[in-house]
Write a protein that binds this ligand. Sequence first.
Ligand code: IVH
Length: 670
Amino acid sequence: MSNPAARVNELRTQIRDHNYRYYVLSDPIITDIEYDALMHELQALEDAHPELITPDSPTKRIGSDVSDDLAKVEHPAPVLSLGNAQDLEEVRAWRERIGRLLTPDTVLDYVVEPKFDGLTIVLTYVDGVLVLGATRGNGQVGDDVTHNVRTIRSIPLRIPVNPDGPQPPPRLVVRGEVLFLKKDFEAVNRVQVEQGLPRYVNARNTASGTLKQKDSRVTASRPLTAFVYSIMDAVGQVPDTQQGSLAYLRDLGFPLVDEIRYFTDFEDMLDYLANFDRDSLPYEIDGLVIKINANAVYRELGVVGRDPRGALAYKFPSQEATTTLLDVQANVGRTGVLTPTAILEPVFLSGVTVKQASLHNYDLIAEKDIRIGDRVIVKRSGDVIPYVVGPVMGSRTGDEIIITPPSRCPVCDSPVERLEGEVAYYCTNPACPERIARNIEFFVSRSAMDIVGLGEQGVRLLLEKDLITDEADIFALQADDLLALEGFAEKKVENLLASIVAAKDRPLARLLGSLGIRGVGGTIAVLLVNHFHTLDAIAVATPEELEAVEGLGPILAETIAGWFSEPRNQQLITKLKAAGVRMEEKPEEPIADTLAGLTFVLTGTLPTLKRDEAKTLIESHGGKISSSVSKKTSYVVVGDAAGSKLTKAQQLNIPILDEPGLLALIEVAQ
Ligand code: IVH
């Protein structure tokens, strides 16, 4: 910006407005991360242009969450905050800054902890008994929330928790963070929905509201968690390093996370920061905190404003942003399922511009009361497709449009149906062009018939040029047809045709799982093949005969029989047979035994593979799937929102794989 004074004024006006909305109206319209970004920009401008600093600048004021209803308590020492670094360069700059303040021979070591996205809690223990729990408030005076803190099970009421633990000093003041674990926040929202109440959008605000309840029964009914991370004050002997303090707090029985690392080498620490995987944690964090380990050095460095120089928050790029919901489109999937997709005003989010986001299903849209024209919070974590968290109610103008599920398929205009017990709406037309395209795309994909060299675009092109009308036509493709297409050079066509020939001989279970029969993934396909041995036998089986297969319920049996009774599908099978695709069990299934002897546990949502697809993939390579983690587990495959299985794996030191890791393992093993 060419005019810093104008920008400073603009930022101050915006920040004041957001403060008012946050603290007075309790109705913020931007995310905490966006707020921090505004503050950060203002601070940077003031640092660069000290002449622009005014005493009433928002940077000179400590935000206050003091509530009028609760008793006030004075903190024994200021409850300090943290300076921020947005990238590794800023972490280096911090290291250089503090280096200049210390004698040249000072050797530094560091502790790195998660920066929990919750709210500060200050806990006071006298002679080992919890006597006070207070919020941060304005840093000097906080709210007395002892009655609520006592309901949080992870916070000890008496220390040491284990009688063999160390003796606590006569007075100990500990600082920590109160938050919801990801799974617990989901549970809170499930209860809200069951009671017909709106979902909470922001876990941190909900935790804050929960902790500041006057009626502690409300707090007790919600699964809050706490983790502690420092000793704020003590009368008596306590350790003189951060590492020692954490170990001591753990020994006393306080809740601490495992994700705490000690570094003597600064570059090693930067490496750790750069490669940290926040998505696999069971709790939300917005960064990592670097702390100088030696308390003496930490104290010597002192405090600037409200930030100690001896600690620094390394903030991750924002995962959340607010933008406008312009429209909602229904996307048709291969089973006909209509998935609502949000069309967004483009917004920059952790490194990419997001224009579309998932809205999951129409029930959730209604539950969250999302409307077209709303300002919405969009979130992106890991490789997961961005999704809409919820609307910002405070930005409503009244002109927003309520979203209703379509009554006709947006592609083929056939009626839409909703099945008993399912949230999804389906296009009822098995010949819907979009369903056909999606089915063929699935058929050729890696986890299905694995026809290499033919992706989504290729399939669309072949359909457009009338070279195929269904899956079976792929086996009749000729080199000349393909060579005439844009982007299909000689070598590519040669490889593709070779792959098509190879696909004719895939194991029957693989073919069956590739047909896109609703509910028939790899595992069910294997069960069916083991029972019936040929596709013809499966095709003529009655629902009763199908139900006799162990693992198959009546609904699935009905779906399978229904699928094979469709003339269109019967014709497809006939054509596949005529094309020479194998229709019988191969004597030596599974496909490969590259994962033989290995046991896998799956947890969380993988970015591209569905759970049953991952299962088939592993099983078809000879690996085993288990539902719980034990010492016998070879690998835990972790996706988004992984839960306690991940924690267990970490405790048992079981190797952890993400989806690319799993695919690489299979690849390498082959
Ligand atoms: S240390 C003087 N450690 O981050 C030390 N803070 O912007 C200051 N926070 O309000 C705090 N995790 O609530 C520290 N491992 C951690 C933390 C942490 C989260 C929060 C804290 C504070 C904010 C600082």
